[in-house]
Each structure stands twice: as C-alpha cells, then as structure tokens.
Design a protein around this ligand. Structure first.
Ligand code: NDP
Length: 279
C-alpha cells in the first residue's frame, strides 16, 4: 500500500517550485492533497502534472487562494475538510523574498516590504498552524515548515527582512514542536539552500538573470561546494520524510538543512548580487 494512503495533506505554495514537487510526490504516494496558490494558471499546471502521473481527480482539491488572507486560509481548511473529511499533514511551504518595487535594498527597503515579507513567511504560517491545529489533534498529525539557510547566523543584507522572517520561523518551529507534541502533533522543518524554482522570478528577476544567478552559484565552490543548484525534488523528498511518522517519528522541532554544503562555507556573501545576476 502507498505510504500516505488515507492521509490528507495541505501544501501551501504548491502552484510552483518545491510545493509543486512535494504535491506530486505525496499524490503519487497515495495521499489526498489540497494544492493551492494565487496564480490560477500555474496551479492548474500543478493539477495537470499530478493527474497525468496517474493520480485520480478524487485525491485532489485545487484552491486558488492568498494564504496571507484570513479568508484564503479558511477556504483551504474548509474545502479540505469538505472533500476529504480530515487533515493529517500541513506543509507550510508558501514563501518569497518580497522585492521592494523601488529597487531599494538593505536598510532602505520600505516598511511595507517588511510587513508583506513577514506576513507571508511568518504570520501566515502561524495562522495556518492555529487553524489546522484542532484537526491535527484529532489525527495526531504532522506539520512541516519550509524555512531557509538565510535564517542562520550569517548576515543577509540583500534579503534582510526575508532572513528575519525565516529566523523567526525557525524559533516558531521549535516552540510549536514542544507545545504541540503534548497533543501528539509533530512539527519539523526543512532549510533549503539555493534551489532552482520560481523563487528568483517572484523576486522580480527575469528568467535570464535567474539562470545567470543559478549558474554563478553552481560555478563557485565558495557558494555551493557541491557545484550544483538544488532541484525542487531534493527538498520535496525531505518534506515527505518529515511527514512520514514511520521514518522520522523521533525528530521533533528540528530543521534539516539541504544546501549542497553552502552553510559550511557561506562564501557567497563576498560576491555582489547584481554581478551574480549578470547585471
Ligand atoms: P516558488 O516561487 O517557485 O514557489 C513559491 C510558492 O509560494 C508558489 O506556489 C506561490 O504561488 C506561493 N505563494 C507566494 N506568495 C503566496 C501568497 N501570498 N499566497 C499563496 N501562495 C503564495 O519558490 P520556491 O518553491 O523556491 O519556494 C518554496 C519555499 O521554499 C518558500 O518558503 C521559500 O522561502 C523556500 N526556500 C526557497 C529557496 C530557493 O532557493 N528556491 C531557498 C530556501 C528556501 P503563487 O505565486 O501562485 O501565489
């Protein structure tokens, strides 16, 4: 029997990148899944990808929603319960390094960018966790958060609000893990390094600059010692591992780093980000 057979999973940010890959793997492994994002067209691409892999429509709930809104969060929870009856796994994956429309960087970035960044990468996770908690208490379920290596101790002047949000998310993961394990709910997290997804596009980098950025990273061992940018599946596989109680039951409140070795060197900090994008 597939390992997630009979389990229901909500994966935020599954219209693209890591979330899309995790949705496909969960669905192929027997889960009922709620896929979601704001972009209806990209969400439909995820749905089609899953259907084409042989998964039946009855295992899929596709919801266009903004996860930073209370209405969007409620819709995710309600439509999942309406279709599947229970929730066993919540993957808080939606996230982005929100760019300042004026091009400002570092301390010049606006407070509006700060609010938007924290609302998506931190507050939405807190709100989704609170809303799904009663249902996970019933099923003794799992939460997997998607953090980032930028949460670590190194300075991140180019992405400071995003790094602040992910650092806070790591503390939230640890604290909720202890708070919720008393109810039988496990909380863990994965911290990716550079992964080739829509992430850079979402920051406003065009395809060509994104490609240059990934190529630069993969060509410099002080950036990625493994000399390769990660693929969404590299992270999705860890999400499934952390959501699978048979494999990871004794891991509580931890974040697994998957970064091709970047955090062991963090040498990319010496390079100028504009140069890395070929600008
Ligand atoms: P993508 O841009 O490819 O995917 C991000 C997903 O989040 C999309 O499905 C997007 O959907 C969704 N999303 C963004 N904002 C919202 C919103 N307001 N409401 C609902 N959904 C939203 O990036 P990744 O797959 O790389 O990102 C996934 C996670 O991985 C994020 O938390 C990111 O911080 C983290 N990460 C990524 C790294 C990388 O190098 N790629 C490195 C470290 C961490 P839509 O646009 O349709 O709303």
């Amino acid at each position: 029997m597939p390992r997630f057979s009979g389990k229901t999973v909500i994966i935020t940010g599954s219209s693209n990148g890591i979330g899309r890959s995790a949705a496909l793997l969960f669905a192929q492994d027997g889960a009922n899944i709620t896929i979601t994002g704001r972009n209806a067209e990209r969400l439909e691409e995820t749905r089609q990808l899953i259907l084409k892999s042989g998964v039946s429509e009855s295992h899929l709930n596709s919801v266009v929603a903004d996860v930073t809104t209370s209405g969007g969060q409620d819709l995710l929870v309600k439509s999942t319960l309406d279709k599947f009856g229970k929730i066993h796994i919540l993957v808080n994956n939606a996230g982005a390094a929100v760019a300042d429309a004026t091009g400002a960087t570092g301390t010049d970035q606006s407070i509006d960018v700060y609010h938007k960044t924290l609302q998506l990468n931190l507050q939405a996770v807190i709100e989704m966790t609170k809303k799904v908690k009663p249902h996970l208490m019933e099923t003794k379920g799992e939460i997997v958060n998607v953090s980032s290596i930028v949460a670590g101790p190194q300075a991140q002047p180019d992405f400071m609000y995003y790094a602040i949000a992910k650092a806070a998310l790591d503390q939230y993961t640890r604290s909720t893990a202890i708070d919720l394990i008393q109810h039988g709910i496990r909380v863990n997290s994965v911290s990716p390094g550079v992964v080739a997804t829509g992430f850079t596009n979402a920051m406003g980098m065009p395809d060509q600059a994104s490609q240059k950025f990934y190529n630069f990273m993969a060509a410099h061992k002080e950036c990625i010692p493994a000399l390769v940018a990660g693929q969404p599946e590299d992270i999705a596989n860890i999400i499934l591992f952390l959501a699978d109680r048979k494999l990871s039951s004794y891991i509580i409140g931890q974040s697994i780093v998957a970064d091709g070795g970047s955090t062991l060197v963090m040498g990319c900090q010496v390079h100028d980000i504009k140069q890395m994008m070929g600008l």
